[in-house]
Design a protein around this ligand. Structure first.
Ligand code: UDX
Ligand code: UDX
Length: 461
């Protein structure tokens, strides 16, 4: 079946950019992205492309080309499902906060609600594609809901039928557009060869055939969790070695370069930092831990749990280091926090290490001036809900304003502008003795030292 209409439920960081690129590369397919959140849809439809709800380099140009042509954003969920040959489920799947599996398992209530909506509104044959990251065997739930609708045929109407596919997304935020335009691989899991080929036909319009992998449903779902667990594990591994480098006089960049030159290890994803953030890594590992526990594989669960524990430790370690360096107390001291997003080139703060580190510093009595080029103050206020007292923290519109009277500068996100800061000027505005803590190995260290600052860099002993 050749696909002519697509509906995507969920206009978030994944659904929005993914559908924009599909619409751009497949002019013959009408793509409608629906979401319950009216404000989000309005932002996707804003004539000013700098106001899109997701910041991704290159996304504005893609949306500008397709919106109104074959890319539409709407809150009218039911008609969009009814018109679709293929429905993507791209709703959020956060970690459960209560009940069975709280703190580990994914909360699938929105997946279930979306599946029920598809069951009720679809017409004819519909291919349902899981795009959200889901625990292994979720497709079974989706299938059960859809097949119940298949059984109850409304009198006289055209019978409904469904096929369920898993098609996890591997894009990274900040590079979503290039990741979608030339993916390392596209993974399609399913049981119905025709449905698989229909989806492969969509991607085949711009992705080389050899990069489109076909697996069974469960392998596809598990591959997504495993890919994220392996990536996160590399970061915890290099962060653990960073601490050892600091203790022994080694340089983690040299170690990373030396081990990365071995092509069995590879050079990517070996940057030491304040710990990983983002909506996926922690959630997916916790999911894996829950699954392993469920199947009685307690050693395996503990193994993956340790990746998250090391990440937590790294975040607290950095906050502790700041306290120790500033003579054991932060009460009344000012700290300039540069960067709040979980990585550069995104406005996303989900699970950003900045949250925990800032909370630890506030707990110690510090006053924070926070600068991030893309994260808005209202988001930071939500994230630091422990305190909204403007005396304790506030946002500033430039690094320059953040450093006035500061005892320390703490760089938490690798925004490229932080590579070119004028340290002589910054030092002149700080209170001395003054420190800079570079958790991303991004600043010009020698310039900072030459300006009379005490410099601490992650992984450098
Ligand atoms: C994605 C994936 O889908 C998730 O599985 C992965 O683990 C993280 O990335 P993301 O796009 O980042 O999620 O989530 P989010 O930006 O929260 O977008 C989800 C959207 O779905 C929201 O805009 C929400 O309003 C919408 N939604 C949710 C619906 O439209 N209907 C619902 O029933 C639930
Ligand atoms: C990740 C996966 O890369 C992507 O394939 C999946 O679809 C979603 O989850 P994302 O979370 O957007 O993507 O960003 P990523 O670039 O993977 O970074 C995650 C975190 O790891 C960030 O906090 C980043 O700063 C950190 N990181 C990454 C490091 O600390 N060191 C590195 O070498 C790489």
């Amino acid at each position: 079946m050749s696909i002519r209409t697509i509906c995507c439920i969920g206009a978030g960081y994944v659904g929005g950019p993914t559908m924009a690129v599909i619409a751009d590369r497949c002019p013959g397919i009408q793509v409608t992205v629906v979401d319950l959140n009216q404000a989000r849809i309005d932002a996707w439809n804003d004539p000013d492309l700098s106001k899109l709800p997701v910041y991704e380099p290159g996304l504005d140009a893609v949306v500008g080309r397709c919106r109104g042509r074959n890319l539409h954003f709407s809150t009218a969920v039911e008609p969009a499902i009814a018109a679709a040959d293929m429905v993507f489920l791209s709703v959020n799947t956060p970690t459960k906060t209560k009940g069975v599996g709280a703190g580990q398992a994914s909360d699938l209530r929105w997946i279930e609600a979306s599946a029920r909506q598809v069951a009720a509104c679809a017409q004819g044959h519909t291919i349902v594609v899981e795009k959200s990251t889901l625990p292994v065997r979720t497709a079974e739930t989706v299938k059960a809901i859809l097949s119940a609708a298949q059984d109850v045929l409304p009198g006289g109407g055209e019978p409904k039928s469904f096929a369920v596919l898993s098609n996890p997304e591997f894009l990274a935020e900040g590079t979503a557009i290039p990741d979608l335009e030339s993916p390392d691989r596209v993974l399609i899991g399913g049981e119905d060869p025709q449905a698989i080929e229909s989806l492969a036909g969509v991607y085949g319009q711009w992705v080389p055939q050899e990069r489109i992998l076909r697996t069974n449903l469960w392998s596809s779902e598990l591959s997504k969790l495993t890919a994220n667990a392996f990536l996160a594990q590399r970061i915890s591994s290099i962060n653990s070695i960073a601490a050892l480098c600091e203790a022994t006089g080694a340089d983690v960049q040299e170690v990373a370069h030396a081990i990365g030159a071995d092509n069995r290890i590879g050079s990517k994803f070996l940057k030491a930092g304040p710990g990983f953030g983002g909506s996926c890594f922690q959630k997916d590992i916790l999911n894996l831990v829950y699954l392993c526990g469920y199947y009685g594989l307690h050693k395996v669960a503990a193994y993956w749990q340790s990746v998250v524990e090391l990440n937590d430790w790294q975040q607290h370690r950095i906050a502790r280091l700041v306290v120790q360096s500033l003579f054991g107390t932060l009460t009344g001291k000012r700290i300039a926090v540069l960067g709040f997003a979980f990585k550069a080139d995104t406005n996303d703060t989900r699970e950003t290490p900045a949250i925990r580190i800032c909370q630890d510093l506030l707990e110690e009595g510090a006053r924070l001036a926070i600068y991030d080029p893309k994260v808005v103050e209202s988001q930071i206020a939500k994230d630091l809900s422990c305190s909204t007292d403007p005396d304790l923290w506030h946002c500033v519109p430039s690094p320059d304003q953040a450093v006035v009277g500061a005892d320390a500068v703490l760089v938490l996100t690798e925004w490229s502008i932080f590579a070119d800061l004028d340290w002589a000027h910054i030092a002149s505005r700080m209170r001395h003795p003054a420190w800079v803590f570079d958790t991303r190995l991004i600043i010009n260290q020698s310039a900072a030292r030459a300006a009379g600052l005490n410099v601490w860099s992650v992984g450098i002993g």
